[in-house]
Design a binder for this molecule. Structure first.
Ligand code: HEM
Length: 140
């Protein structure tokens, strides 16, 4: 029964803007992204990807927040503010291998620890984020 309930929940995250709502809308996603970049500042394994970013993270935070709103089927706030985006292209000037990809995902996993989400939604997000993280990778 429990297993069945989990499957039902997971299917529902993909429906309409259910995932955007589960993430707390723009306010919740902004908190997640703050925690994500805090983890990037802190975790030794993320030092290399932190150095790829500007010293002041405010624009990076805003861009990732607004992107994730649309990515979770919420409003297309990124394109409204910054224009169209393609994930492989915006990362093509960076050297991203599987180590950098995993460091990025690790920061997200760390950030999720402090968010008021269900364990099921956290697991769903990590699974789904693997897809764009892998698409950002441009070397072995
Ligand atoms: C896989 C490892 C990744 C690394 C090392 C990485 C690194 C970076 C860096 C250094 C920037 C430039 C930041 C800035 O100039 O403000 C950037 C931009 C961006 N990244 Fe990533 N990223 C990764 C994965 C992802 C993923 C998985 C997503 C989405 C789920 C994402 C979404 C974005 C967005 C929306 C921007 C802003 C693009 C722009 O408007 O210039 N990134 N990334």
């Amino acid at each position: 029964m429990e297993f069945q309930a989990e499957i039902t929940d997971r299917l529902q995250y993909g429906v309409g803007d259910a995932s955007y709502q589960a993430a707390g809308g723009e306010t919740g996603i902004r908190k997640l992204v703050d925690a994500f970049y805090n983890a990037m500042e802190r975790l030794p394994e993320a030092a290399k990807i932190r150095k790829m970013h500007p010293a002041d993270l405010s624009v990076s935070k805003d861009k990732l927040t607004l992107f994730l709103c649309g990515w979770l089927n919420g409003p297309a706030l990124y394109s409204q503010k910054y224009g169209p985006i393609r994930i492989p292209q915006v990362h093509s000037h960076l050297e991203i291998g599987s180590g950098e990809r995993d460091a990025w995902l690790r920061c997200m996993q760390e950030a999720l620890k402090t968010q008021p989400y269900t364990p099921d939604f956290k697991a769903y997000l990590m699974e789904q984020l693997y897809v764009p993280a892998e698409r950002s990778r441009n070397r072995e």
